[in-house]
Design a protein around this ligand. Structure first.
Ligand SMILES: *[C@@H]1O[C@H](CO)[C@@H](O)[C@H](O)[C@H]1NC(C)=O
Ligand SMILES: *[C@@H]1O[C@H](CO)[C@@H](O)[C@H](O)[C@H]1NC(C)=O
Ligand SMILES: *[C@@H]1O[C@H](CO)[C@@H](O)[C@H](O)[C@H]1NC(C)=O
Ligand SMILES: *[C@@H]1O[C@H](CO)[C@@H](O)[C@H](O)[C@H]1NC(C)=O
Length: 511
């Protein structure tokens, strides 16, 4: 019966199977299933985010054993001559496993090698070669050779890579220093240009490493079809190279940039603006708009950009940034987080004004309160909002939201900062005008202001809310800060009785 499924269908189904365990089971069904499953299974070792759990990592690292089996005699001889014991990797395999690699997370390879290599260091050979090298140096040298040969194997065998990722979780950056030059010289391998030509996702969040620059330089010449980029910027030259890589793209949709130091990011801004027709989602973290005002040519419009997330970016209060804000006409999602004093009020208002009815999802976390201008802009312009998250509201602001006839507001999440509020009074006022569309209300409570309301007033609120229909869909979420949770704050049984009475779902979450 199993063979009656068409290959395409089976590939589709198996691509959606999440667990490796399930894939292994389908691998055992019969030859046909096996043939379809193997390529999918062998995408995973280098393509799936790796765990930190040592036992699991050790198990996954066994893919190195198989890769070695796939190597040709010449390479195997080279490894043996370099003191690796290949007896656990007999030559030749049923499938050409490295050819199934389409996503390549370099970190995984680095981690797998560091787990697997000690098992195959030939002790006899080391004894005669040990000379002045410490054991650690020996391991590093052998890892480098193995790393380089596996990269070669993959570039030689696979037809294309659609995703390439260098992520530098802290503990691995030392490893990356050891491999930086090897990663940087990947494009010296014949075939690399062809393999990278179809690259769709590129992630580079490692610390600045000059030895990797050649990789950026080659990518910018070869790849112009990248859809997703996730970049961490570090030192000046890396910033310039990555700006050029961004500018070279023809259909970039999703760009995420995080920076680390105060420096000149002008080239990055120009690069972002160069992508204004295709970008759909833009995330900026800790960038500084330095000389932005010097640019005189008009920005134009970001005609596809729907999601904009800005976190702790400085310099946006400069008046010329307003022309940038005015370019975001299509935004439906806007998150702005600023944890310092002096957020760019005019910039935010301009964004709200420009995108107005298109905006469906707004999240503002401004230190330390939401000022009048920004708040009024939300009430006046963003009338079609469906998800709203605002931190540090005053109780008057909460009421104003409820009184504003937001016809489509479904989720509302807020807190009242440290303001001492009369929770019962606030609930009663909210009850008078609950938007009909409201499905989820999330109240964030902190230690200093747990805004404790009575079960009776909660009932009044629910009466107002549930009268408006859409029963069964409603949800109340109480988000407690860690401190509050530790103080064991909970709603009382009385509260839960009321919640149940109205058939609502309730949930505790932590900040
Ligand atoms: C965009 O990039 C972010 C960060 O890399 C990722 O989480 C998200 O899934 C991407 N979105 C799409 C549509 O690919
Ligand atoms: C906003 O909502 C109004 C009323 O429902 C509707 O007429 C208008 O088309 C909506 N605007 C957008 C951009 O969806
Ligand atoms: C809310 O206000 C309090 C006191 O004014 C402040 O300490 C806190 O950081 C503010 N929260 C945010 C998200 O800005
Ligand atoms: C809105 O609330 C629903 C129900 O709690 C939740 O599933 C959904 O993810 C929320 N949307 C956003 C954008 O938070």
């Amino acid at each position: 019966m199993a063979t009656k499924i068409s290959t395409e269908l089976l590939i589709m189904i198996l691509n959606n199977v999440q667990s490796t365990q399930d894939l292994y089971s389908s691998f055992l069904v019969n030859r046909f299933w096996c043939k379809v499953t193997v390529p999918i299974l062998w995408e995973l070792p280098l393509g799936q985010e790796c765990c930190t759990d040592d036992k699991k990592l050790r198990k996954k690292a066994l893919c190195i054993r198989t890769y070695i089996s796939c190597m040709n005699t010449h390479t195997r001889t080279l490894l043996t001559q370099n003191g690796l014991d290949l007896s656990s990797s007999p030559p030749q395999t049923t499938f050409d496993y490295p050819s199934f690699t389409h996503k390549f997370i370099v970190n995984n390879l680095v981690n797998f090698i560091s787990k697997y290599l000690p098992q195959i260091i030939d002790p006899d050979q080391d004894n005669c070669n040990i000379g002045d090298e410490t054991y650690e140096e020996i391991v590093i040298n052998k890892s480098r050779i193995l790393f380089s040969e596996i990269c070669k194997l993959i570039i030689d065998h696979c037809t294309y890579l659609d995703s390439f990722e260098m992520t530098g979780a802290k503990c691995f950056s030392r490893n990356f220093l050891d491999y930086g030059d090897l990663i940087g010289s990947i494009f010296k391998l014949s075939g690399a240009s062809k393999v990278f030509k179809k690259l769709e996702s590129f992630t580079s969040t490692i610390e600045n490493n000059e030895q990797i620059y050649p990789l950026y330089e080659s990518l910018k010449l070869i790849c112009d079809n990248i859809l997703n980029m996730d970049l961490k910027l570090d030192l000046y030259f890396q910033v310039q190279l990555l700006a050029e890589l961004i500018s070279a793209q023809k259909r970039l949709e999703n760009l995420s940039i995080g920076a680390k130091y105060y420096q000149d990011y002008n080239s990055i801004f120009r690069a972002i603006i160069s992508q204004k027709e295709t970008l759909k989602c833009l995330r900026l973290n800790f960038l500084i708009f330095h000389h932005f005002e010097r640019k005189s040519s008009p920005i134009g419009r970001f005609t596809s950009l729907q999601e904009l997330y800005i976190e702790d970016c400085h310099g946006l209060h400069k008046w010329n940034c307003l022309s940038l804000a005015a370019a975001f006409t299509q935004l439906s999602s806007f998150h702005f987080i600023y944890t310092y004093k002096g957020y760019p009020q005019k910039f935010i208002v301009k964004i709200l004004e420009t995108a107005n009815e298109n905006l469906r999802n707004i999240r503002l976390s401004l230190y330390d309160t939401i000022p009048f201008d920004i708040f009024s802009a939300i009430l006046n312009y963003c009338t079609n909002i469906t998800e709203l998250t605002l931190l540090n509201l005053s109780s008057e602001q909460v009421i104003a939201i409820f009184n504003n006839n937001f016809n489509e507001l479904r989720n509302f999440s807020f807190d009242c900062g440290m303001e001492r509020i009369d929770a019962d009074k606030l609930l009663c006022q909210m009850a008078k005008n609950v938007p009909e569309s409201l499905e989820t209300i999330e109240i964030r409570m902190n230690y200093y202001n747990p805004w404790i309301f009575s079960a009776d007033d909660l009932r009044k609120f629910f009466e107002g809310w549930c009268r408006k229909g859409r029963e069964g869909n409603k949800k109340i979420i109480v988000k407690r800060s860690e401190q509050l949770r530790r103080s064991r704050f909970k709603l009382s049984d009385e509260h839960f009785k009321v919640i149940k009475e109205y058939g609502l779902k309730s949930l505790y979450l932590m900040n």
